[in-house]
Structures are given as structure tokens and as C-alpha cells.
Write a protein of this length. Structure first.
Length: 211
């Protein structure tokens, strides 16, 4: 029975604490990366690259950096927000099977990238589409993905030898999980609640309700 796309979209979660660390078969990883590489891109520039990080020492170094950045963010919060934040796990860098770092090279497809002349960020949007494909493919394969954003780009460039002209966009933790939560972590911990669809849809002009 084929997996329903809409089911995958709604089951997808940003995973933190449910990774098992079990291995990912090579053919499964290849399918997930192939799905990411099949994403549409402005001017067919395909400005992404995927760095598969399995080395435990590298991941430990990144994890230490993430924890320091967590402390930086926590120091900006008021007491109540800090209390809620203290209960939230922000990464699965050490628990996941491996990580995939997705990068953006603005020079790819140049010097003239068809469709990017008026919107400089169109290439970056293309990379985000590749990440979305990767995430949905991983979910369909029974894997979890966790996007870690508590890092400084220059640190990650130095850690992985990424050229200064290439931007690291996402550190994605990837691997088998015990489960995918029914309710996203930030909702479960009372950090944020979702907006209803009706609040996000405008009819014809900004601010005009759709119904």
C-alpha cells in the first residue's frame, strides 16, 4: 500500500529525543539524499551540497558549540520563558545515527542564474526545498530528522572545512526513532501554539479573510 503524501506531511516532526542510534542502510540513505537532490531549483542551479557527518568526535565538537549557543539564548529570556526553555531538548546531535549538513553555494549555476536576478535569495529558497524533500523522504522511510539551528555559521565552516563562499544552511540529525510525537515538542512544552490555516490565508489582498 503506497504511503500517502499528506500523511507523511502531517506525521513529520522535528525530532530531538527519540533517536535510537541504529544504523541507516546505505540504500535508504541514498534514497533520502536522492529525494533531496531532486528538488526544484532556480535556474536549475542545484546550489546545494550534502555533507554526511558520522564521526563522533566531530559531532561532539559541534554539540559542545550548540550547548554554548543554547546558554547565550537562554540568557536573553525572562524568568518564565527561561523556565519553559529549560525543559526543551534542542538537538539530537549525539543520539542520532548521523548528521547531514546542507550548504548553499551562490556561485553554482552562475554567472547568470536564470530567475535570480530580481530575488537574490531564490537560491537559498531552493536549498530549503531540498531540505523539505529530504525531511519528507526520511519520514516516509521511518526515519526522524532534527534541524539544529543553535550554531554560528563561521564555526561550522571551520569545523567541516566549508569554503568561505559556501553557506551552511542546516545541520540535520538523521536516524531511526522510537516514535514520532503526535504533538510537536514546542507545543507540548507550551512554548508556542500553531496558527490555524484560516489566519494565514488572505483573499486577493493582504488582510482580506479568505472566507
Amino acid at each position: 500500500m503506497p504511503i500517502d503524501l499528506y500523511d507523511v506531511i502531517h506525521r513529520r516532526r522535528d525530532v530531538r529525543g527519540q533517536f535510537t542510534g541504529a544504523p541507516i542502510p546505505d540504500e535508504v540513505l541514498d534514497r533520502v539524499l536522492a529525494a533531496a537532490h531532486a528538488a526544484p531549483s532556480v535556474g536549475l542551479s542545484q546550489p546545494w551540497d550534502f555533507i554526511v557527518v558520522g564521526d563522533q568526535a566531530t559531532r561532539a565538537a559541534f554539540h559542545g558549540h550548540v550547548q554554548r549557543e543554547r546558554d547565550v539564548f537562554a540568557a536573553t529570556l525572562d524568568a518564565e520563558a527561561a523556565r519553559r526553555f529549560s525543559r526543551i531538548k534542542i538537538d539530537g546531535v549525539l543520539e542520532s545515527t548521523l548528521s547531514v549538513v546542507v550548504t548553499y553555494d551562490p556561485r553554482r549555476g552562475g554567472p547568470a542564474v536564470l530567475g535570480r536576478h530580481a530575488i537574490a535569495d531564490a537560491g537559498l529558497y531552493s536549498v530549503c526545498l531540498a531540505i523539505g524533500n529530504l525531511w519528507l523522504a526520511a519520514t516516509a522511510e521511518g526515519l526522524g530528522v532534527g534541524w539544529v539551528s543553535f550554531y554560528r555559521e563561521t564555526f561550522l565552516q571551520d569545523l567541516l572545512g566549508i569554503p568561505a563562499t559556501v553557506r551552511p544552511v542546516a545541520w540535520l540529525c538523521l536516524g531511526p526513532v522510537t516514535r514520532l510525537e503526535q504533538v510537536p515538542d514546542l507545543e507540548r512544552h507550551g512554548w508556542r501554539q500553531r496558527r490555524p490555516l484560516g489566519a494565514a490565508v488572505h483573499a486577493g489582498r493582504w488582510g482580506t479573510p479568505s472566507r
